[in-house]
Design a protein around this ligand. Sequence first.
Ligand code: GLN
Length: 287
Amino acid sequence: MKQKISAIQEIYREGVKALEDAGIPDAGLDAWYLLEHVTGIKRASYYAHPERELGREEIKRYFSYIEKRGKRIPLQHLTGEQEFMGLSFAVNEHVLIPRQDTETLVETALERMKPGMEVLDMCTGSGCILLSLLRLCREEGVTGTGTDISSDALAVARKNAERLHVQADFRQGDLFECIEQGRRFDMILSNPPYIPVPVMDTLQDEVRLYDPYTALAGGSDGLFFYGRIIGESILHIKTGGLLLFEIGCEQAEAVSGLMKAAGYEDVMVKKDLAGLDRVVAGMYNGE
Ligand code: GLN
């Protein structure tokens, strides 16, 4: 009689093999995260009892996730979460999955943060930038506003605020449209859509097919939103206030130039962990 596979180790190996066959780069890791997501079993317990039997329903659910991942649906859309700055964020198809690169922006903001600052996060998406900042400065009386054109994205951001027990004011609108006239902030941050439209077709399937197009495409040269945000920012930033952007690694010169032309000083570029230009920051010194 052919024995049916039900030991967790065998199930995991099958999962890895299916993802490898589908050409998924981190097959072992992704198969593991999906197994943990379905069973709740942690690594230590897995190694202690590799022969543990899984139930039929669990096995069925596991292989249905494996099949979806094999079709390039991002892991995070299957597990529903992504870690960022050591915190867990809910994600879905309406928001860009938080990237490790973006931690460079939050780290730069943290270095510049002072107690009582009012912060604005433009194109907030999942809220990961604003909420991790507020959470990490929660003893310092920092207040935060996040805006996005997508109400579906804002629903995710609000859910994340609740998950992390952080207060933030999320508003829907096209860039500064939803900010009161004359309201000025100490710090404006943004990871706007910055992929040049002609490059969109070359992105990996997980990004091209499943991240929201509107969160990525930044006009023909990728600079469309930087131009608009920098131009409008001077009506909403205090004298001495800071503007910080995540940028694509080839955009440092162009974005720095736009900021200087608008009256920003001490404009600096910061690299990410891969050594690529990733953040541009400057101080507004106009009236
Ligand atoms: N860094 C993201 C990517 O390469 C793009 C983020 C953005 O457009 N703001 O997929």
